[in-house]
Design a binder for this molecule. Sequence first.
Ligand code: PLP
Length: 393
Amino acid sequence: MVANHILSKINNTSWIRAMFEEGEKLRKKYGADQVFDFSLGNPDLDPPQGTKEALKRLISSDQPGLHKYMNNAGFQDVREKIANHIYKESGIHLAGNHIIMTCGAAGGLNVVLKTILNPGDEVIIFSPFFPEYLSYIENHGGVAVISPCSKETFEPDPEDLEKRITPSTKAILLNSPNNPTGVVYSESTLKTVAGILEKKEKEYSSKILVISDEPYVQLVYDGVSAPMIMQIFTNSVIVNSYSKSLALPGERIGYIAVNPAIDNAEVLTSGMILSNRILGFVNAPGLFQRVIAESLEEKVNVEIYKQRRDFLYEQLSALGYSCIKPEGAFYLFPKALTEDDVKFVNHALEYNLLLVPGSGFGCPGYFRISYCVDMKTIENSIPAFEALAKKFR
Ligand code: PLP
């Protein structure tokens, strides 16, 4: 009954899920407070008070049409509010028609890829990468081409990128702040990438779309802000969601913003609205579109994540782990203390420590710590990290 490609994937579950399931077993055996689960990127913070109040207000209002079908792109007034908000933050003039409301960033990415890919078209992704990208590209007949980031900075390596662009390159997929490294790509690297794309587009008479996957764009520390992609790349779309910035991953709400400077932006936008419908999303959840429209100035308390990052980074560095100090998201991506990251992560289980191997993100030799867990758990986990380090010393 089940298609072969799905069968093979069922038996090949993601590392993140596999570790989470290991955690369930350990929690049953030892009790939840004895297990240090850094496997899932599931925000533990509550949505901001303003967002919760907007939700309560909307549920008890009699606003007409709140629960009905609408344009497949979403409520027009919500799209306009988001466009205005982007203008306020970046100075880029977008109209409501350049915004398509989506079922989270995952829904948005699938809509973009469905809209642009012909069979065999190539999409360049940078390792380490969010592992679902491989499935999303395959879903729409595309071929993922992996360009390894520089190991010194975990930013895209322009020289490597240039070698991988072919006449079949349809898009590059950027993710900054990055999952799993937490790195925020610098403006100078992005400008270098833009120069390479321009050169290659001329050489091949092609168009390459930059898809910027930005669910962590609000989670930045130390006064850093992620460069505005539309100011650097003309052929660009932003895929964003409120899963992390408002801690609403279960509500499946996000948007695509199309750069108005793209040639024939209207055709691209119409294609995406169609894809949103025919992929079966139909439209993004109506109630949460309205909640978002009233939450544009809200975000979770980023200071809490920053304190955890600082604490973990300092403690792990003192124990001999080496890691780039990330400026965003809620992940650390240290070097495993032995070359075999899978073996390393399996040893960590002996100390009830749940980590995800870098291999799961296309980058062996490292491991990911997701610090969306409370500070007490983080503090209590340090002896486990210490014991693990001793084992490999
Ligand atoms: N892109 C990246 C890099 C992510 O880390 C995630 C979720 O963890 C997503 C996309 C999917 O986000 P959403 O829950 O908004 O669909």
